[in-house]
Unconditional design. Structure first.
Length: 370
């Protein structure tokens, strides 16, 4: 071993230039060589260097330039009993840990989350979003997650983080009490609740999530269709029409399965909710307000009579009374003209019917001369 040192096979510069975007931990390639006493350690911004000596976690270095000596390696000094100084090369594993943010990491629910909505009962929801991750405690992260992995990437921990997020998401949605219809407007508040809930668990890995976003919360397709129906009927403002429409559609399309059951349950819940809302509008401070009775419909005016006229073996008409009055004044219609209207027993002279007043201002025909 001494011969190796004399040949200069020891390490005097330790550093890491990260040219990737997803590497979280990289083990310095020592290749069996020892580290020289007084070697230079360069830790750049956004990095930490962790020394592991004989399987034990030793000193952790933040950004800076260090000379590896007794005064700046307190844990290593204690482990190796270097209290009185040392000047010989030593063997330790050096892990560089990236402490920068890993942004735009995705999460999503693989299976629907079942939550109880205060208005519609049990509903199934899916959610997805993004988050940022950063190593807050390099020593804990190395001990709990990385182990002896020589190159650890963000993908290797993202699956576990997603499981933690989904678990806490389910509990948070169940406890939030936020109605389904209001969740889209409250995703920021829900995200804060979820981030606060998962923080202690994430901290056990030596990590923090400086950013956490819920981008969308969606309902099953069949439930969204029921919501569309509710919106349409709500615009019409008729609960009875909504219930009749829903019942008729159910009979016309007898579907089966969990989706149909969920849709039916949502429809029933929505109908009840709409009924409660309509009832609540009629409640005052002293109880139910009296509902004013609707006025009876106005009687419809009788249809005006129309008349037919026969002349020269042909029937003409029908004519209304105003037209017949003009015909009487012009002489086209006379007292002797045969007329008929609905309900009349056969043809009659105009003067023997309800048209008689039309001839009050018309002089009778002259008597024949002689």
């Amino acid at each position: 071993m001494v011969f190796d040192f004399l040949k200069g096979e020891f390490i005097d510069v330790i550093s890491w230039l990260d040219d990737t975007r997803d590497t979280m931990v990289w083990r310095f390639e020592r290749r069996g060589n020892a580290i020289k006493y007084g070697a230079k350690l360069t830790v750049r911004e956004g990095q930490s260097a962790v020394f592991v000596h004989e399987g034990q976690l030793a000193d952790v270095f933040g950004p800076g330039l260090y000379m590896l000596e007794t005064n700046n390696m307190p844990i290593m000094t204690t482990l190796q009993h270097w209290d009185h100084g040392f000047d010989s090369p030593f063997k330790s594993e050096v892990y560089f840990v990236s402490t920068t943010r890993f942004n735009d990491l995705k999460w999503g629910t693989k299976n629907p989350i079942i939550a109880r909505d205060p208005e519609f009962g049990a509903v199934r929801m899916r959610a997805f979003g993004s988050y940022a991750m950063r190593v807050a405690d390099p020593g804990v992260f190395l001990r709990e997650i990385v182990g002896t992995d020589g190159e650890f990437t963000a993908d290797e921990i993202s699956f576990q983080i997603r499981n933690v997020i989904v678990q806490e998401m389910s509990q948070t949605l169940a406890k939030s009490g936020i109605p389904v219809l209001d969740m889209a407007a409250n995703t920021a508040d829900l995200a804060k609740l979820v981030a606060t809930s998962i923080a202690p668990k994430i901290a056990e890995y030596g990590l923090i999530l400086p950013e956490f976003y819920i981008e969308n919360i969606s309902l099953p397709e069949e439930v969204e269709k029921v919501l569309d129906k509710r919106t349409s009927i709500g615009l019409a403002g008729d609960l009875n029409k909504y219930m009749q429409f829903n019942a008729a559609e159910s009979m016309a399309n007898p579907a089966s399965g969990a989706g149909a059951m969920m849709g039916a349950g949502m429809a029933a819940g929505m109908g009840a909710a709409m009924a409660n809302q309509m009832g609540a509008q009629n409640v005052g401070p002293w109880g139910a307000a009296p509902v004013a009775a609707a006025p009876p419909p106005l009687p419809s005016a009788p249809a005006a009579a129309v008349w037919h006229i026969t002349a020269d073996g042909a029937t003409k008409g029908p004519f209304d009374q105003a037209t017949l009055a003009a015909m009487a004044n012009s002489g086209t219609l006379t007292r002797a003209s045969l007329v008929w209207t609905e309900g009349q027993d056969g043809w009659k002279s105009a003067s023997d019917t309800a048209l008689r007043p039309l001839f009050a201002a018309v002089p009778p025909p002259p008597h024949p001369a002689g």
